[in-house]
Design a protein around this ligand. Structure first.
Ligand code: C5P
Length: 268
């Protein structure tokens, strides 16, 4: 049995530079990963099966094709038939929320299959991009600058052990819709993290105005070093000076917005 963590992905910064003729956008982003997320478990079995467990299982049940199965099928197409596998996805991250849930699950599936069949991660980057723009970054799984659609990856220094709090107000946001609502203004390249931004924050706020409330609450918390929206939202995150400050902020969120989802973690 092989278990792989599918960690929550955070875009510490995300600059949208241009619309491309192929319908995607040219971005410059700084990917980082948490120490918590979904898990994908695979084991050889008599016949193929796929089970989703965890607090967000219901959000995916009945969905056409899960990215986990798409990843399994892409792997088999590229590297040859797989033995029958039972695959379990423990879905702990909210769906369509800007922290790469589906992409992380696909990447974790590829990593697990790579371990099972002795295939190096580097050989799976092409199929990862075909599964989604964030899947190569999730497959690499370490702090990196991403160019192109997010697949041109340059590993960079990590903020390892930094306490982080993720907060989602319970609104699923479509990545395609948020990119489509971008105003087309190139606001310039990535600088330092502090000087950078998430250019998808403004368009996402027009689609899900509750993001304003999340950002306002996070930025008012003591001990916040950086607060921003991740990806195309609606999950926002704050980095904290220490764990005590993060715990205090989490307690405030729980008390004031019991219907919001949050995750206390640290950066990997
Ligand atoms: O690659 P992925 O399937 O995750 O992208 C979902 C949608 O988000 C795309 O169909 C596209 O509309 C938008 N997108 C984009 N530019 C990117 C990444 C995603 O326009 N760099």
């Amino acid at each position: 049995m092989i278990t792989e963590l599918a960690p929550a992905k955070i875009n510490l910064a995300l600059h949208v530079r241009a619309r491309r003729p192929d319908g995607y956008h040219e971005i410059e982003t700084l990917f980082a990963f948490c120490r918590d997320g979904d898990t994908v478990t695979i084991a050889e079995a008599e016949q193929d099966s796929f089970t989703i467990t965890g607090p967000f299982a219901a959000a995916l049940t009945g969905e056409g094709t899960n990215l986990v199965l798409a990843a399994r099928d892409a792997f088999a197409t590229a590297f040859g038939a797989l033995p029958p596998l039972t695959i379990t996805l423990d879905k702990r991250l909210p769906v369509a929320s800007g922290i790469g849930g589906g992409s992380a699950d696909a990447a974790a599936t590829l990593r697990a299959l790579g371990r099972l069949q002795d295939v190096a991660v580097e050989k799976m980057m092409g199929m990862a991009l075909a599964l989604g723009s964030d899947v190569p970054a999730c497959l690499l799984g370490r702090t990196a600058i991403g160019g192109g659609r997010g697949e041109r990856l340059t590993p960079t220094a990590a903020l390892t052990d930094t306490p982080v709090l993720l907060v989602n107000p319970g609104v699923a946001v479509s990545t395609a819709q948020v990119f489509a609502a971008w105003d087309g203004v190139d606001r310039g390249p990535l600088g330092t993290v502090a000087e950078s931004r998430n250019d998808l924050e403004a368009p996402a706020r027009t689609i899900a105005p509750v993001i304003d409330d999340v950002m306002a609450l996070l930025s008012a918390q003591p001990g916040v070093a950086l607060d921003r929206m991740s990806g195309s939202g609606a999950t926002c995150f704050a980095l904290f000076d220490d764990v005590t400050a993060r715990r205090g902020a989490a307690a405030t969120i729980a008390a004031t917005h019991p219907d919001w989802w949050y995750l206390e973690s640290t950066l990997a």
